[in-house]
Design a protein around this ligand. Structure first.
Ligand SMILES: [Zn+2]
Ligand SMILES: [Zn+2]
Length: 375
């Protein structure tokens, strides 16, 4: 059965305005209301379905455009196929509630698609010192910016911007693909809903041009790998003067030769020789803000950790300062002179004479365990 034309169903012309369509719909909806059609409910319901479908298609900018172009083929599967809401029958009266909310409720979406510009990401690599102290960096970002000749309009005269004929300003068209009606970007205006008659010479009607932007980014103290800084509106310019996207600066902090970072704390190894470890003394240790002196107590073992308060990294969100943890490594001496060897031999002999290993606490407890194990 061939379907009736939607305009015919509503009794309006093809150039009818939205308010004329609404008026026609309201009149017909009343006409086919169940209360007024007690004798012929089934036929009234069928008529009402038709009217409602026609109304839904013709008041939806995108669907109307598709219908005008492709006719019923654009919505071949009938009710619901192209997203039209199903008919719920007269029983609950909800269909009628819908009608009146359509008349008095909020407006339907209308007009051209506005494409906001894309967000951009810029990867920045910082030294630990820069990340800890904060830094201001100049970055160069290849991006789209609004055309300075036409100010994003795509043409110098605003009267040269006209509504696209293919999609009637919707920016999209309905296409049939096998069993489904799918929505596609309008091939004529590429989703803008408008076309430019005399395109701007500089941007060829795009309204934007490609350019390398130089930006100054203030990186706050305490940033770490994985942090992102958002520069609002510094992404790509939108089409036809639409808002620009945002620029995200993605932070990567380089490995440091001395310090290892763990959040707001820093860790470093402090190698010391056996004489200093045994007798104690002072060592200079590095911090991000220069050297400080650290007291090594006598009889310090390898692996001992000293905490330098507030010598870490500032927290990004609070004023808390992290700490610096110094991990002592006692080194076995190498490249010894014969004199040094003699001294160590003498030292070794004196250790041998010590049957209880009281100079070597670990060794003592180890041999005690071995003795127990075999004994
Ligand atoms: Zn231009
Ligand atoms: Zn179009």
């Amino acid at each position: 059965m061939a379907k009736k034309d939607y305009y015919e169903i509503l009794g309006v012309s093809k150039s009818a305005s939205e308010s004329e369509i609404k008026k026609a719909y309201k009149r017909l909806a009343m006409k086919y209301h169940p209360d007024k059609n007690q004798d012929n409910k089934a036929e009234a319901e069928a008529k009402f379905k038709e009217v409602k479908e026609a109304y839904e298609i013709l008041t939806d900018t995108q669907k109307k455009a598709a219908y005008d172009q492709y006719g019923h083929a654009a919505f071949e599967q009938g009710y619901g196929g192209a997203g039209a809401s199903g008919f719920s029958g007269f029983g609950g009266g909800s269909a009628f509630d819908d009608i009146f909310s359509d008349f008095f409720g909020g407006g339907r979406g209308r007009g051209q698609t506005v494409s906001r510009g894309n967000d951009l990401q810029y990867n920045i690599t910082l030294t630990l010192e820069e990340a800890a102290a904060g830094v201001s960096k100049e970055i160069k970002v290849p991006t789209w910016v609004s055309c300075d000749i036409c100010h994003g309009q795509g043409t110098e005269k605003s009267s040269d911007v006209v509504t696209c004929n293919t999609c009637h300003g919707a920016g999209v068209v309905q296409m049939r693909q096998g069993f489904f009606a799918v929505q596609q970007e309008c091939p004529t205006c590429h989703g803008r809903g408008k076309v430019v008659k005399n395109p701007c010479k500089k941007c060829h009607g795009e309204g934007r041009i490609q350019k390398t932007k130089t930006l100054s980014v203030t990186i706050p103290a305490g940033v770490d790998t994985g942090n992102r800084i958002r520069l609002s509106g510094e992404g790509e310019a939108g089409l036809n003067g639409a808002p620009a996207g945002d620029l995200y600066v993605q932070v990567q902090v380089k490995q440091h030769a001395i310090f290892e970072r763990d959040g707001i704390n820093l860790h470093c190894e402090i190698p010391i020789n056996i004489a200093l470890a045994s007798l104690g003394g002072e060592v200079e240790v590095p911090t991000l803000n220069g050297k400080v002196s650290l007291t090594i107590p006598a009889e310090t073992q390898t692996g001992k950790m000293f905490r330098l308060r507030g010598k870490g990294v500032k927290s990004l969100r609070t004023s808390t300062m992290g700490d610096l943890y110094c991990h002592v490594v006692v080194e076995t001496p190498v490249n010894l002179t014969s004199k040094q060897k003699d001294l160590l031999k003498e030292l070794g002999e004196s250790f041998k004479a010590d049957k209880n290993s009281k100079h070597s606490p670990k060794e003592k407890s180890f041999f005690d365990k071995v003795k127990k194990f075999f004994g």
